[in-house]
Design a binder for this molecule. Structure first.
Ligand SMILES: C[S@@+](CC[C@H](N)C(=O)[O-])C[C@H]1O[C@@H](n2cnc3c(N)ncnc32)[C@H](O)[C@@H]1O
Length: 311
């Protein structure tokens, strides 16, 4: 994940689709809201602020949000700014660095033609049937996760991250866990000396199923900048073969789950960073305790004080 600041828990409300109230019937619209599978029933997902996240397999965008934003340094001269439509903002400039996903999904087919005529609307159509391939399930300690309904080969494009396109400044103090940062304009080097102009794709209120992909310290997917024709997207790519019934995961990065961050990762893999941190902390505690240990009649060196004090 880009820079999700703090965790926003997601609360779940159990609903019975058979009760037939207007609200429940409205929520049954699978195209509009998210549901996750449970053994006996389906559950509708509700954000912690009591809003229902909407399924929107698209970028949404308010031009007025960008009215006061400076012309991005990575844009060639003469582009439309402030942006009037999505394509003005997430145009695939520097597309020689990126491959096009084409107009079919759930395979490894990549289009290398820089002048191709693939469009975002083709791609939206190609990715709208995600429930055929994936399902949302409640995990034990990580909220809702995404599970595969069939096996996928390494290199398969599984989907794309969608949401509302927002300026970085507007999200500065956000505690939203569904933010994905994406560069705009020419793509620079992997480790640029200066910050590169970027925006956030905010999937909290409106997004697609990829907003539920959890973190793992042994991830099987990555978010990767690609394009559809001349629109930039953040694609989800399988980086190893994934069997049927497995939970999809990406690595949110050291800033999210790291040795120095407060958040605790519950991915549970042996190489998990939080497990490593717990081991290190335990070792440090032990060392500290040893340093404090002072036994009369049993002279010990105090490792924390110099010069050595003998008691
Ligand atoms: C983008 S959301 C992923 C979907 C989320 N599980 C949900 O129910 O909406 C990111 C949040 O999921 C939870 N999460 C994801 N991976 C996790 C992990 N490895 N350990 C603990 N919590 C995790 C954290 O609450 C995190 O802030």
């Amino acid at each position: 994940m880009g820079v999700p600041a703090t965790t926003v828990g997601i609360t779940k409300r159990r609903t019975s689709p058979r009760r037939g109230s207007l609200k429940i019937r409205r929520l049954r619209s699978r195209d509009r809201f998210f549901w996750y599978s449970a053994s006996d029933s389906d559950f509708c997902l509700i954000n912690s602020n009591n809003s229902v996240p909407e399924q929107v397999n698209d970028y949404t965008f308010a031009p007025s949000d960008f009215r006061h934003e400076l012309y991005p340094t990575t844009f060639p001269a003469g582009r439309v700014w402030p942006p009037r439509k999505v394509e003005d903002l997430v145009c695939a400039i520097g597309s020689e660095n990126t491959d096009c996903v084409g107009n079919t999904c759930y395979n490894g087919n990549i289009c290398e033609d820089l002048d191709c005529t693939h469009t975002l609307s083709d791609w939206k159509a190609a990715t709208s049937d995600w429930e055929k391939y994936f399902e949302l399930r409640m995990t034990e300690h990580r909220g809702v996760g995404v599970y595969t309904k069939r096996a996928f080969r390494q290199g398969t494009i599984l989907g794309w991250y969608t949401g509302e396109l927002k300026t970085v400044s507007s999200m500065e103090y956000s505690t939203n866990a569904y933010l994905m940062e994406i560069e705009i304009g020419e793509l620079g080097p992997d480790t640029p000396l200066e910050p590169i102009p970027s925006i956030f794709i905010d999937g909290e209120q409106r997004g697609n199923w990829t907003r539920f992909i959890n973190h793992s310290c042994a991830a099987d997917c990555v978010f990767r900048i690609m394009r559809v024709g001349n629109t930039r997207i953040m694609a989800v790519e399988a980086i190893r073969d994934i069997p049927r019934g497995k939970e999809l995961s990406v690595d949110y990065g050291q800033e999210y789950y790291g040795l120095t961050t407060k958040k605790i990762c519950a991915c549970g893999v042996p190489e998990c960073i939080s497990r490593k941190r717990a081991r290190l902390e335990k070792a440090m505690e032990k060392k500290k305790a040893k340093g404090k240990e002072v036994k009369i009649g049993n002279v010990k060196r105090c490792s924390r004080v110099a010069p050595t004090i003998l008691v």
